[in-house]
Design a protein around this ligand. Structure first.
Ligand SMILES: [Ca+2]
Ligand SMILES: [Ca+2]
Length: 366
């Protein structure tokens, strides 16, 4: 009985020691070192319970203007100290993948989980793989181009590492030239800054692009004007849809894009029964760009398709080059095959529409 009690006491002492040791860890600190793809690092100290946002950037602007066609890699982290607070899996529960991979976005296949290999014992990992094998590529063209933005929580005291490794980094030119090939850096002229707190690098806030979109009434079911702004030298793309409110047959409708980074853009304007039009917009400050689209067949740009349009199209098709000169007006006049050529078939179709015989537009009942 006595012997049994002493064993029980010993067990209780061990148990209480282990409780004390957990308590010490909870109030301790974690020294976290983050290592970039190229091996440079940053170290910060955190309290247990702190949350960390880890930023990994990539700047390949020296190579093909930073356009990357495919990348494949992992971010490893010391699992005993750090917990990945957002879990990403390929098959289920995809959660804010655009926030985690702001440039490659939903083109990324990613999963965050632990691994237990001999090489990386005790490490967790975020695996990612993204590919756009076209000339446009993912644009890692500045030191603020984020590869991964990952959220961690410090769950215990100790030393921890967040380490970026890449298996493939390939340009988006036609032969997909490798920058990193099977884990080996073969072209070293890119940078990969890392940060464990809010980036010290300036984050562009952007400008407003706004204006008035002029369109016309073609039938009562067609009211949405869709404007798409796409960066020529960055990854920005956004679409705004506004509802046309008519005064007579014309609608002047305000539109606006917020937080547009400086750069050159294509603004595409589309509406049912209208000919889509593209504008080039340079943005360095708040920018006003009024736009106007016209109905199919409106060769003189007044929003109506009538005998005057038919006469113009006929004259153009008959060899009078001065009848229609503007490229967009030509697109409005080019209503019939062959495309990119104005001839008597276009004139006939516009005339039939003006005459109320065969409409050029999709007409639905109100
Ligand atoms: Ca007209
Ligand atoms: Ca034609």
């Amino acid at each position: 009985m006595r012997r049994f009690l002493s064993i029980l006491l010993a067990v209780m002492i061990i148990a209480s020691v282990s409780v004390v040791s957990i308590g010490a860890a909870d109030t301790g600190v974690a020294k976290v070192t983050m290592i970039s793809v190229k091996g440079n690092s940053v170290t910060e100290t955190y309290a247990v319970g702190d949350t960390i946002t880890a930023y990994t950037y990539l700047n390949a602007s020296q190579l093909n203007q930073g356009k990357i066609g495919s990348l494949d890699g992992a971010q490893y982290y010391t699992n005993s100290v750090l917990e990945l607070t957002d879990e990403y899996t390929v098959n289920d529960g995809i959660f804010d993948i655009e926030g985690m991979f702001p440039i490659t976005k939903t083109a990324t296949m990613a999963s965050g989980h632990w691994i237990n290999s001999e090489e990386y014992a005790g490490m967790g990992a975020i695996y990612y793989n993204a590919s756009i094998p076209s000339y446009s590529g993912f644009k890692f063209n500045s030191d603020t181009a984020a590869l991964i933005v990952a959220h961690y929580k410090v769950k215990a005291a100790g030393d921890a590492t967040i380490k970026n490794e890449m298996k493939t980094l390939a340009q988006s030119d036609y032969d997909l030239t490798r920058i990193i090939d099977r884990g080996k850096i073969v072209q070293s002229n890119f940078t990969s800054p890392v940060a464990l707190s809010e980036p010290t690098m300036p984050v562009p806030t952007g400008s407003t692009v706004s204006g008035v979109a002029t369109s016309y009434k073609t039938n009562d079911g067609v009211n949405d004007v869709t404007l798409t702004l796409t960066g020529s030298d960055n990854n920005y793309t956004d679409t705004v849809t506004v509802t046309a409110s008519y005064s007579g047959n014309k609608a002047d409708t305000a539109y606006s894009f917020a937080n547009v980074p400086a750069g050159e853009y294509t603004l595409s304007v589309a509406k049912g029964n209208h000919v889509t039009r593209e504008y080039t917009v340079a943005v360095s400050t708040d920018t006003t760009q009024d736009v106007k689209i016209c109905p199919i067949g409106d060769a003189d740009g007044n929003g109506r398709v009538n005998a005057a349009d038919a006469r113009k199209v006929f004259a153009k098709g008959n060899g009078d080059d001065e009848a229609i000169t503007d490229a967009y007006a030509l697109a409005c006049a080019d209503v019939s095959k062959p495309v990119n050529r104005i001839n008597s078939a276009d004139a006939r179709a516009v005339f039939m529409h003006a005459n109320g015989e065969t409409s050029l537009w999709t007409v639905t009942a109100e």
